[in-house]
Design a protein. Structure first.
Length: 162
């Protein structure tokens, strides 16, 4: 774990807790509220169903953040962005080159882990539209985290409709 990640977490255990992942995301401006808004932006539903969908979506997000595969991939995205910003990746991170697709792979892996193929398909919509916090992260130059959050939102939203 990088020194900056260690400083952002105060886990009393050697293993990170889900609250640590939530804290890492929060330190970067990502929280359940803005991910909920992001997910609902792309939701096509009757107005009468919105509250039920929001409630279920929030429950799924809180459950999936505890999934060790999901949280590890989110941490990986944060770490890759830190390395990229510090010149520690084997490409020009600031140019977000099209031949590097590892960021999309992380997003698709998170979506797939949560809800399978349909979520991977849904990820592409969130990645292309970049609503809410996803677009904010993209504009701030988070090459990996924007896709990781898109995958998380797409996976959780897809799970709502299972």
């Amino acid at each position: 774990m990088t020194e900056s990640l260690k400083n952002k977490c105060n886990s009393s255990d050697k293993n990170m807790l889900e609250s640590d992942v939530v804290k890492l995301l929060s330190n970067l401006g990502v929280n359940f509220d803005n991910m909920l808004k992001c997910g609902m932006y792309m939701c096509i539903c009757d107005e009468s169903d919105k509250q039920e969908i929001e409630t279920k979506f929030l429950e799924i997000m809180k459950k999936q953040i505890k999934n060790p595969n999901v949280s590890t991939l989110l941490i990986a995205a944060i770490t890759m962005d830190e390395r990229g910003r510090n010149g520690g990746l084997p490409f020009d991170y600031d140019s977000d080159p099209t031949y590097v697709y590892a960021d999309e792979v992380i997003g698709m892996a998170i979506a797939n882990e949560i809800a399978g193929t349909k979520a991977t398909f849904n990820f592409k919509w969130y990645d292309a539209k970049k609503p809410g916090v996803i677009g904010k992260l993209d504009k701030e130059g988070y090459m990996f985290l924007d896709d990781a959050v898109a995958g998380f939102v797409a996976g959780c939203m897809s799970k709502v409709f299972e």
